[in-house]
Design a protein. Structure first.
Length: 403
């Protein structure tokens, strides 16, 4: 039960803390491989996505935080230095390899969960391919989905039409026996986990309670403030019940405390935070005043409901919405200025024309588009064009959709 002394975090401070913990407060210096590694470690993970309307999500996420970021920085960390590995959080992500020992919990739980689900889904004997696929990788080196089960019928369909060896390959990755060693284009290439993950991390083991404590503590640290459900959802590694039990125990011991966080609409919501976080609220760094275009999969927007409560910004990606029913567009990017999400922009890189084309920008209802703000937006569009290797920018005549 909350006491009369429960601290209240006003909406402005909550936004500032949230953006700071999501790597969007500081913006200085230039990108290096070490800084990229530090940024991903601070975020916890970066979601990987294949859509390349302007640039793939993981690259846009890092570019929005690190001026001068290059795709080669991430490639080196993943494929050469092995400071990162690819696996699942709430979705496919790149994760610090130091976290790998805790992913054994996910491997074990996915093995139990997926084996039954995939038996019903595939019904094609994929389990019989486990040893065959592992032997092929062990004897002949890394494989892709196109180089296993070469005698099996292929389909042009999506994931629901995987051939048996492809299903086995994905299962062995999801359960930790194989790891992604690199990508060719965007296609995953797999090798035995012991040949990908450095020995120091491979040999380390944690019991269930240690992993629960790590997952909950590290999630709350990166979120700043959170409910037990938000803590569980951050890594999607522990269950909501495990996160709730952890919060109750740490609240009783004084390691975390309760707070009320003000939303954009003035409502108050109970959350947990660490006492040391409360002590930093008066010394949070100022937010950059520049405009930044974010990936639809940016960590700050991963939890759409949380972002809506905090910023009053309703955002849904419309990739899977039939075109006639889309409100904005196929792949529309949120736009951040200071501590406010000021609108969304529909743009696409036409690389054959060396051009980034802007179809429309929709400001939020309370956002005034004066010359200064339009100028900052255009500067950010030009930065995105350079990042996407487009030599020019073009605009629809009615691109600025001011009511």
């Amino acid at each position: 039960m909350m006491s009369a002394a429960t601290p209240i975090i006003d909406n402005t401070t909550a936004r500032q803390l949230f953006l700071d913990r999501h790597g969007l407060a500081a913006l200085s210096g230039s990108a290096t491989t070490d800084r990229v590694n530090e940024t991903i470690s601070a975020l916890g993970f970066v979601q990987v996505d294949s859509i390349n309307t302007v640039s793939r999500a993981h690259h846009m996420i890092l570019s929005s935080r690190l001026p001068g970021y290059k795709e080669t920085h991430l490639k080196r960390l993943l494929e050469k230095d092995r400071h990162l590995f690819e696996h699942w959080t709430h979705d496919a992500s790149v994760i610090p390899t130091s976290s790998f020992p805790h992913w054994r919990l996910r491997f074990d739980r996915d093995r139990a969960k997926l084996i039954g689900r995939w038996r019903n889904w595939r019904q094609n004997g994929f389990e019989e391919k486990f040893n065959e696929v592992l032997k092929q990788v062990s004897d002949h080196g890394p494989v892709s989905s196109s180089t296993v089960g070469e005698d099996e019928a292929r389909s042009k369909g999506g994931w629901w039409n995987w051939h048996p060896s492809k299903t086995a390959l994905e299962f062995l990755w999801r359960t930790g026996e194989l790891s992604v060693c690199h990508r060719r284009g965007f296609q995953k290439i797999y090798d035995l986990t012991e040949r990908v993950i450095p020995q120091a991390h491979l040999a380390q083991r944690f019991d269930l309670e240690e992993t629960i404590d790590w997952a909950a503590r590290s999630a709350l640290d990166r979120l700043g403030f959170a409910t037990s459900g938000e803590i569980a959802a951050f890594w999607d590694l522990i269950t909501p019940a495990e996160a709730k039990t952890w919060c109750e125990a740490k609240l009783a011991s004084g390691e975390i405390m309760e707070t009320l966080t003000e939303g954009a609409d003035g409502s108050l919501r109970k959350s947990f935070l660490m006492p040391e976080t409360l002590a930093t609220l008066n010394t949070l760094p100022p937010l950059p005043s520049r405009v930044r275009i974010l990936s639809p999969f940016d960590p700050a927007l991963r939890d759409r409901k949380r972002a809506e409560r905090l910023f009053g910004f309703h955002y849904r990606i419309e990739v899977f919405v039939p075109e006639p029913r889309r409100q904005y567009g196929y792949y529309v990017f949120p736009v951040l200025e200071g501590d406010s999400l000021i609108g969304r922009i529909d743009m696409k890189a036409y690389r054959s024309d060396d051009r980034l084309h802007v179809r429309a920008f929709w400001p939020e209802a309370k956002t005034r588009m004066g010359k200064g703000r339009v100028g900052k937006l255009e500067s950010e569009i030009e930065r995105i064009a350079r990042f996407a290797d487009c030599g020019s920018v073009s605009f629809e005549s009615d691109w600025l959709r001011v009511p």
